[in-house]
Design a protein around this ligand. Structure first.
Ligand code: ZN
Length: 107
């Protein structure tokens, strides 16, 4: 418990995030992309990716690509943040969710 990893902070969606098991093999991966800084967390049980955005906007559901990370659609984002960890990968179900993207024109 040397540092606060930010889980539980943000916009009030933190409780379900506690049910995930974050990989703790090292410090969280910090990503800077398009002028935004996010701390990436991947659950080792369900494989879902989340990031805490350090500008205070809270948690986002993510797709992590080879070159970029992408925020998922708001509908998926809200569901993933609200759901407790399914405890195992839901690849078929989550594949559709991961194919969504947050509308970049939306603020
Ligand atoms: Zn999980």
């Amino acid at each position: 418990m040397d540092s606060d990893n930010g889980i539980g902070k943000g916009n009030g969606n933190g409780n379900s995030l506690y049910s995930h098991l974050w990989s703790n093999g090292g410090p969280p991966r910090q990503i800077t992309q398009d002028g935004r800084t996010l701390v990436h967390h991947r659950c080792v049980r369900c494989g879902r990716d989340f990031a805490l955005e350090l500008d205070g906007s809270g948690w986002h559901a993510l797709y992590v690509g080879l070159l970029r990370i992408e925020l998922l659609a708001e509908s998926v984002n809200q569901r993933w943040l609200a759901e407790k960890c399914p405890g195992l990968p839901l690849w078929d179900k989550d594949r559709e969710d991961r194919a969504t993207r947050k509308d970049s024109n939306q603020t």
